[in-house]
Design a binder for this molecule. Structure first.
Ligand code: MIG
Length: 676
């Protein structure tokens, strides 16, 4: 059951798709239904504060793209879409704002705070037994979801926010990316590096380097003289290009998107009505007002020029929106430096730190207060709706695709997001680092993302910042082969991390081939999760709520109907401890073709897992179909599966399939029955 409580006059965010009348706040504890006042103390007089006492056994899940564990208890998190490339443990805001929490333990319920500005979840940080949610303004909708168990609550919540995005089949193939592929030759070299070595690959994602001076929807013709020809050439090899699009539109006379935007008042304005200027990759830019539906319509149609050159997928970046500097901020920084100039010859430390800090002017709250949106005809200051910008950029693109190529699904993923965006595209989790701890963070984040509707998601495999190592990349790929978005991406200046750059290529080949062997099953589980509003990745706590050990396991995940994952995420190990809440089949892939299957009883185990191996567990009564290995989704063979699982039990699996493009999986999908 879902109850909605309206406080003040909220801005419509389009996060939810169900129109639920607001429940009265004055009635306490009506019949058997829990009302919000029976669970929480609320103060909505001026600011908004919701407080819940937690029992020792209570866990709090959710928050989607957030730092730390699956159980969020013991820290604080602030929903504020933030371009911060250094996800160390103390950080409270990443790129997404996913205000859903699930309370599990002495009571079970979900809470969704539909509020588009900063909102803080203090989950036993200030006081260990207290959950406090605070927002500056008491203008929001709070949804209370009660149900039988965690799955039931998630299911209802997902119905409330609408069906998750389903990308085309090829988007489940392996994607290679790097910031710094600077011309056609670089792209051909990457393609050849994979194809010549027999390592599977479906796509290459193109970073900002392909654009003419970082202008959206343009191509640098010196470096990419004929994108149509190149994309056709790649398509022949079963490869797709996925160009990046940034939020800011370069200020440059003669540039279409800029001229159009200025003429039609499509850009965010300052209080005085002038177009706000933000410094980003292209230099000075304007931000299209993505919250205005006319602007969205215009921006979405801009993707056509690239689609006309054979492009079928995009990633939207810098859409928090990230601001390196504003004109105002830059002027203030220079002023500060003038003031400090007198210390030039002999700065004391205070003066020196002040100089260093003077240009610390990126992504400032002050700048987010300098510009305005047009929301349903009303002028709204950006900081009040900050978390909706990336959502609406991606929505603009998706709605554009619906017009430009209504017949097929396109690939689309975004950096910034808010709940609601999951209907339009996926997300990648931004600028992680080549750290073992970030492999673990990737593992822990997947179920939380799923709870909030983001099924098509994944991290930069191998790590974005810092130099990766061969063993980290192998272990990360061995987990990444299970994530819907499987992309290896790295930052400019870091060690090259395409699989063929390392010794012992066969190890990479085997792991990626296994992805393709698993792919029909993973795709089927994905589409089922999307169509049925369920989780692809679930914490063990949801599946085994009565099992006190399982409830605390955060480095193993349930995957779909039949699998449990236990990835290796520590360096210099040849295996790991695993907890089995029930008997399962342990499958260890030595290569993509060779594996051993060992029945294991419930309990604690140490499993071996060499650097080039992939472990997984099949649950009792379930089977895992493996397709023949291949090098890209275009070669997938659905006619001869090798089926793993218990022998002689007459087990079967209903596998979803379609043509990989249809807009109507619920209508056009077919189900193959696979038996063992
Ligand atoms: O300021 O386009 O998260 O994936 O490679 C950095 C360059 C801008 C941030 C993205 C990252 C991308 C990078 N971008």
């Amino acid at each position: 059951m879902i109850q909605k409580y309206r406080f003040g006059t909220p801005i419509n965010t389009d996060a939810v798709v169900q129109d639920i009348p607001s429940a009265p706040m004055d009635k306490k504890d009506s019949e058997e239904n829990q009302s919000i006042l029976s669970l929480a103390e609320i103060n909505a007089a001026d600011h908004f504060t919701l407080t819940i006492k937690m029992q020792a056994q209570d866990a709090v899940y959710g928050l989607g793209e957030a730092n730390r564990g699956i159980n969020k208890r013991g820290y604080r998190y602030v929903s504020h879409c933030n371009d911060d490339p250094n996800h160390t443990e103390e950080k409270v805001s990443l790129y997404g704002a996913h205000n859903f929490i699930l309370f599990a333990g002495s009571k079970f319920f979900g809470l969704f705070f539909d509020y588009p500005s900063d909102i803080c979840f203090d989950i036993g940080y200030t006081t260990q037994d207290t959950l406090t949610v605070t927002a500056d303004e008491a203008n929001l909708d709070v949804y209370l979801i009660t149900g039988a168990d965690a799955y039931d609550i998630i299911h209802q919540f997902r119905q409330l926010i609408g069906k998750s995005y389903i990308p085309p089949l090829w988007a489940f193939g392996y994607i290679q990316s790097r910031w710094g592929y600077k011309n056609e030759e670089d792209i051909r070299r990457v393609a050849a590096g994979y194809r010549d070595n027999g390592i599977p690959l479906d796509s290459i994602s193109m970073d900002i380097d392909y654009m003419d001076h970082y202008k959206d929807f343009t191509v640098d013709l010196e470096r990419f003289p004929n994108l149509s020809a190149l994309s056709a050439e790649m398509k022949e090899q079963g490869l797709h290009f996925i160009p990046i699009i940034d939020a800011g539109v370069k200020i440059e006379s003669g540039y279409n998107a800029y001229e159009d935007g200025v003429k039609n008042n499509y850009f965010c304005k300052r209080a005085d009505g002038t177009d706000f200027v933000a410094g980003v990759w292209p230099g000075k830019t304007h931000f299209p007002d993505m919250l205005d539906q006319n602007v969205r319509k215009w921006f979405g149609l801009q993707y056509k020029s690239l689609i006309d050159q054979g492009i079928e997928g995009f990633w939207n970046d810098m859409n928090e929106p990230a601001i390196f500097y504003s004109e105002e901020g830059l002027a203030a920084a220079f002023e500060k430096m003038e003031e400090l100039e007198k210390f030039k010859d002999n700065p004391d430390l205070n003066a020196f730190w002040a100089m260093r800090d003077a240009f610390n002017i990126s992504n400032l709250q002050k700048d987010y207060e300098r510009f305005y949106h047009n929301v349903d005809g009303k002028k709204v200051r950006h900081d009040k709706v900050h978390n909706l910008y990336g959502f609406n950029m991606t929505r603009a693109a998706a709605e554009g695709f619906d017009e430009i190529c209504p017949e097929k699904r396109m690939l689309l993923f975004s950096r910034s997001s808010y709940i609601g965006m999951h209907r339009y595209g996926g997300i990648w989790t931004g600028d992680n680092q080549s750290w073992w701890s970030h492999l673990l963070l990737n593992i822990k984040m997947m179920p939380s993302l799923n709870m909030c509707g983001f099924l098509y998601s994944g991290a930069d495999l191998g790590g974005f910042g810092s130099h990766t190592t061969r063993d980290l990349l192998l272990r990360w790929l061995a987990f990444g082969i299970f994530t819907p978005l499987m992309r290896n991406h790295a930052a400019l200046g870091t060690r090259e991390q395409e699989c063929y750059q390392f010794e012992g290529l066969e190890d990479f080949r085997n792991i990626l081939k296994l992805r393709y062997r698993l792919l029909p099953y993973l795709y089927s589980e994905y589409v089922k999760a999307a169509l049925n509003d369920t989780l692809l990745f679930a914490p063990l706590a949801f599946e085994y709520p009565e099992d006190a050990v399982a409830r605390e396991v955060e480095d193993q995940l349930m995957l779909g109907e039949g699998l449990m994952l236990a990835p290796v995420y520590q360096q210099n190990t040849t295996g790991r401890h695993v907890y089995l809440p029930e008997p399962m089949l342990f499958v260890l892939f030595h290569t993509s073709e060779e594996y051993t299957v060992t029945p294991m009883p419930a309990g604690h185990h140490y499993i071996p897992c060499g650097l080039a191996e992939v472990p997984l567990f099949i649950r009792c009564g379930r089977i895992l179909p493996l397709a023949p290995s291949c090098e890209c989704t275009a070669q997938l063979d659905y006619t001869s599966f090798t089926v793993l699982g218990e022998e002689g039990k007459g087990l079967s699996y209903s596998m979803y399939t379609d043509d990989g493009y249809t807009k109507h999986p619920e209508r056009d999908g077919k189900y193959l029955t696979i038996t063992k």
